[in-house]
Design a protein around this ligand. Structure first.
Ligand code: SF4
Length: 341
């Protein structure tokens, strides 16, 4: 681990002033990803800016339009077990509980979940080339072992996936990211927060220099999906593993027909993967496997496998149909082992 200085921010403005124009500075809160990366020497920040004392980043509160605001410092566990979230946005609670372990969920924060780095093996191994870690050095995964890598939206520079479960549900629920920076506050639609790798895979998201995520907001309208939803996560073992494929599915059903769908994929792209056409095709259709298969084909159109991950395309197609079926029948993927009675 490199030597670094530590600054505990007293105010949001203080934190921003330490981050602005200082690419060597990194925000620290839960530290569940950053500290690991520092130990591997993947991240070598010159300064850590501790934001855990900032009240603006705390708590879950009602928004004026009837939604919920989740502060960036709210631990993953608190998101999963908040009764308002469980009643109004259970898809999010289920997605959070599908991730990590109880101990990690107690420490990991909402903001950190958004900003965690890929778990690409080569990114984490400084002895191998990686354009995300060191732009221009090459990509070890292309032509290497790429079983866990992207099948959609990748580039010739990077085929990494975003590892979050929480973010897949937030994308499906049309959340917004509230950020504050040198130019003030702005809100970013969740679909626009993470980015595809293109020729700048080192940039995971659209944050500008000096900006800090202060909260995520869920719109009131998304609570209409509290009855029919499922978060289905497929992985190599049942716990403490990242998704090979995950699906956040939610439906509003009226008279046996789909009135409104929401559908997002995890584990397949550099960001939570959503396509409006895949949802539009479901509107007015009966909630059956034929309709769900059509949506899956559209959502996966253009999927491009690599040497070791062609299986993900069929896995994703089946997972989409299954998650939508679970949502339609009101029987979400079971979490009986995760909820506190
Ligand atoms: Fe690096 Fe991306 Fe290639 Fe992985 S896939 S080695 S993160 S450039």
């Amino acid at each position: 681990m490199n030597r670094f200085s530590y600054h505990r921010a007293e105010t949001l403005a203080d934190a921003i002033s330490h981050l602005r124009g200082n690419p060597a500075a990194a925000i620290i809160a839960g530290g569940t990803n950053l500290v690991d990366l520092m130990k591997y020497e993947v991240e070598r920040p010159g300064e850590l800016v501790d934001v855990t004392g900032l009240d603006e980043l705390r708590g879950i509160s009602e928004t004026p339009d009837g939604g919920l605001r989740i502060g960036a410092l709210v631990p993953n566990s608190d998101v999963a077990y908040d009764e308002r979230i469980y009643a109004r946005y259970p898809l999010l609670a289920h997605a959070v509980l599908a991730g990590a372990t109880p101990q990690l969920r107690n420490a990991a924060t909402t903001g950190g979940n958004l900003n965690q780095r890929t778990r690409c093996y080569y990114f984490n191994d400084v002895a191998t080339p990686c354009n995300k870690r060191e732009p221009g050095s090459g990509c070890g995964a292309i032509g290497g072992v790429n079983r866990i890598h992207a099948i959609i939206g990748a580039s010739d520079h990077c085929i990494a996936t975003h590892p979050s479960d929480m973010c897949v549900a937030l994308a499906a629920l049309d959340a917004e990211v509230e950020v504050v920076g040198p130019d003030g506050k702005r809100r970013i639609a969740f679909a626009d927060y993470h980015r595809l790798p293109g020729d700048e895979p080192q940039r995971d998201n659209t944050l500008r220099s000096g900006e800090i995520v202060v909260a995520v907001t869920l719109p009131r309208e998304a609570s209409a999906f509290a009855g029919n939803y499922s978060y289905l996560k497929l992985r190599d073992r049942l716990s403490y593993a990242f998704a090979l494929v995950s699906v956040a599915a939610a439906l509003q059903i009226d008279g046996g027909r789909i009135a409104a769908p929401r559908l997002a994929l995890g584990g397949v792209a550099h960001k939570p993967w959503r396509r409006s056409e895949a949802e539009e095709v479901l509107v007015g259709m009966s909630a059956d496997d034929a309709s769900f298969s059509r949506a899956a084909d559209i959502l996966l159109a253009g999927a491009q496998p690599h040497e070791h991950n062609a299986f993900k395309i069929d896995l994703a197609r089946r997972a989409i149909v299954r998650a939508l079926s679970q949502a339609a029948s009101g029987t979400p993927q079971s979490l009986t082992d995760k909820r506190i009675a």
